[in-house]
Design a protein around this ligand. Structure first.
Ligand SMILES: Nc1ncnc2c1ncn2[C@@H]1O[C@H](COP(=O)(O)OP(=O)(O)OP(=O)(O)O)[C@@H](O)[C@H]1O
Ligand SMILES: [Mg+2]
Length: 344
């Protein structure tokens, strides 16, 4: 049950980014899901940096510092680290109007793919971070609300959220899921595919950050035009271990992205096929609404639309859709009471 008398926070712990929304004030914190730990003289670990600062340190740390990503593919992989990050973010919301030392309630969004064990891990990490009461809500419906779709009407809306580690495809009507499918692939799968392709074709090893930058900067820019050209990529020679820069055809960056988009398009088609005929006509008319960080990629609408034969639209500020959805849920408690999930 929602507990609304105390201060409430909306929290989405994503594979790549974590969002915290503070009720009423509409303050939003959006930080990469990374924590950097140092080792004390006693041997104990101590959290040093969080979010963007920790992400910038990833892959560049001396042996005394380790950067940990507490989530993988939408599920908590490191419980203590997830709690440390939440504790830190909640502490940052500590102003005159919100004192987290007084207990607070949390509404947290969870992917449909989460198992009971994974849901319990999210709940427990929030409790360990100091939450008094935790309510889990269904992420695809929160995303649809945040994308501005009228989820309460008897109209089918097809929402596709592509994050770092998950892709959730859902058809929603009357504030409930008609059909849905969760894939454990996303923007980070594209990064991994790009790294593997560059290693295979050019024999150089690149870090996570370089692969992500290539995807965001180069891959997206040419997805819709399929133009030629090439780009300089810096990395380490896989044989000699020496730093090198090689000229990589843009095609070698676009192709791995397309492999992931093909899987996503196939899953979207599957979901559409399972929908009842009347819903199908709504979907044909309104098309697909894209949310999540990968929806920021230039040309993704055209690429998916060509594969699906349907109109594809991107929500406003797609990486802040969950934050807007959580804000709405916090504001209209009663309206959204039934989108909660049980962790048992
Ligand atoms: N302009 C861009 N082009 C391509 N990809 C982008 C762009 N901006 C962000 N991304 C990618 O979006 C992903 C992060 O999206 P988002 O913040 O929605 O994920 P998340 O909610 O943390 O993950 P998940 O929901 O899968 O657990 C990253 O892989 C990031 O590289
Ligand atoms: Mg997400």
């Amino acid at each position: 049950m929602f507990g609304w008398s105390r201060k409430s926070l909306g929290i989405d712990i994503g594979s790549s980014n974590t969002t915290v929304v503070v009720d009423k004030r509409r303050e939003i914190l959006f930080e990469p899901t990374y924590v950097a730990y140092g080792t004390r003289a006693s041997g104990a670990r101590q959290a040093l940096e969080f979010g963007a600062t920790a992400k910038a340190m990833n892959g560049k740390t001396p042996p005394s510092i380790v950067v940990i990503r507490p989530l993988r593919q939408g599920a908590i992989a490191n419980f203590d680290c997830a709690s440390d990050l939440i504790k830190h973010l909640v502490h940052r919301t500590n102003t005159a109007s919100f004192a987290p030392q007084r207990r607070f309630d949390v509404v947290a969004s969870v992917p449909e793919s989460a198992t009971n064990v994974e849901k319990r891990a999210i709940r427990q990490s929030l409790l360990a971070a100091g939450a008094g009461r935790v309510t889990l809500v269904r992420k695809p419906i929160v995303a649809a609300i945040g994308a501005g779709l009228n989820v309460h009407q008897p109209v089918g809306s097809l929402v596709v959220d592509i994050g770092g580690g998950t892709c959730e495809i859902s058809i929603i009507s009357l504030t409930d899921l008609i059909v849905s499918r969760s894939l454990r692939i996303g923007g980070e799968t594209m990064d991994e595919e790009i790294s593997a392709a560059i290693k295979k074709q050019h024999g150089i090893l690149i870090g996570e950050g370089t692969a992500e930058e290539l995807k965001d900067r180069v891959g997206g820019a040419v997805l819709d035009t399929a133009s030629g050209g090439s780009v300089g990529v810096k990395g380490r020679n896989a044989v000699t271990g020496m730093p090198v820069e090689v000229i990589v055809p843009i095609e070698d960056i676009v192709r791995p992205i397309m492999v992931v988009l093909d899987s996503i398009a196939m899953a979207i088609s599957d979901v559409i096929e399972q929908a009842p005929p009347d819903i199908m006509s709504d979907v044909l008319e309104n098309g697909v609404m894209l949310t999540g960080g990968v929806a920021c990629m230039k040309g993704i609408c055209e690429a998916l639309s060509a594969r699906l034969g349907l109109p594809v639209n991107v929500a406003d500020e797609p990486n802040h859709v969950i934050a807007r959805g959580l804000s709405s849920v916090l504001r209209s408690k009663r309206l959204y009471k039934h989108i909660t999930v049980n962790a048992e």
